[in-house]
Design a binder for this molecule. Structure first.
Ligand code: AP5
Length: 223
């Protein structure tokens, strides 16, 4: 079976991380989440983290050059059965850089999955999201609550609110999404690999729709 390489698109809080965790498990894919890599770098005080922190705290995008270099390095690693990119590309320039890099590596992007959710829903999701400090596992205090209110079910570490989940930063992230990331949807639509998923449904229903969509992608590639 050939590789399955996908990008997950959608506004902040659409459920990209939630669904990526399921896909990673179901398909044995390498999971590359730019937001997680950057937050780890900030926590560890690396050069990348120091450069990225001020952008992230404001809800701005980190400059393309930094992000593209970071992704190129990730794509050199072991291939597994393919990859899921979560949070990348976020600008048309990043999308073009990804195409160029994949061409050099003789790899192909099979699908760009857009998790479609309206802004009101994502604001509600983000304001009640909690993440653990160790593994960045996600919870929602109403829709997907942890067993213990301030401990991660998976690794037992402390649950916190992300700095960029404050209301004023959420609004700024949404503006950035509209202005800079929404055009990436058209980029993949023109390539004929965009697939839309209704992200307003429950996490299980969204997961089912994604699996059905990927099965269809595989089928279309074989005929
Ligand atoms: P990043 O970490 O990528 O943030 P994001 O895209 O804003 O996405 P989120 O992680 O906020 O949301 P998500 O879609 O993963 O939703 P989740 O599954 O957690 O980026 C952070 C920052 O890093 C950026 O602002 C930027 O500064 C920088 N950055 C990263 N990549 C970059 C790039 N390529 N270029 C430049 N800068 C970059 O779900 C949210 C909540 O909802 C959770 O609580 C979850 O439990 C709940 N939930 C999930 N699904 C459902 C559902 N179906 N129903 C109800 N609740 C649900």
């Amino acid at each position: 079976m050939s590789e399955l390489n996908i990008v997950l698109l959608g506004p902040p809080g659409a459920g990209k991380g939630t669904q990526a965790a399921r896909l990673q498990e179901d398909f044995g894919l390498q999971y590359i989440a730019t937001g997680n890599i950057l937050r780890d770098a900030v926590r560890d005080g690396t050069e990348l983290g120091t450069k990225a922190k001020e952008y992230m705290d404001r809800g701005d995008l980190v400059p393309d050059d930094l992000i593209i270099a970071m992704i190129k390095e990730c794509l050199q690693h072991e291939r597994a059965n393919g990859f899921i990119l979560d949070g990348f590309p976020r600008t048309e320039r990043q999308a073009q850089a990804l195409d160029e890099e994949l061409e050099q590596l003789a790899r192909t992007l099979n699908a760009a999955l857009l998790i479609d959710v309206d802004e009101q829903a994502v604001v509600e999701r983000l304001s009640q999201r909690r993440v653990c400090v160790k593994g960045q596992h996600n919870f929602h205090m109403a829709f997907d609550p942890p067993k213990h209110p301030d401990r991660c079910d998976v690794d037992g570490s402390r649950l916190v609110q992300r700095d960029d989940d404050r209301p004023e930063v959420i609004q700024h992230r949404l503006r950035q999404y509209r202005e800079k990331t929404a055009p990436v949807i058209g980029y993949y639509e023109r390539q004929g690999i965009l697939r839309r998923v209704d992200g307003s449904r429950s996490p299980d229903e969204v997961g089912d729709q994604i699996r059905a969509t990927l099965a269809a992608v595989r089928f279309e590639e074989q005929v």
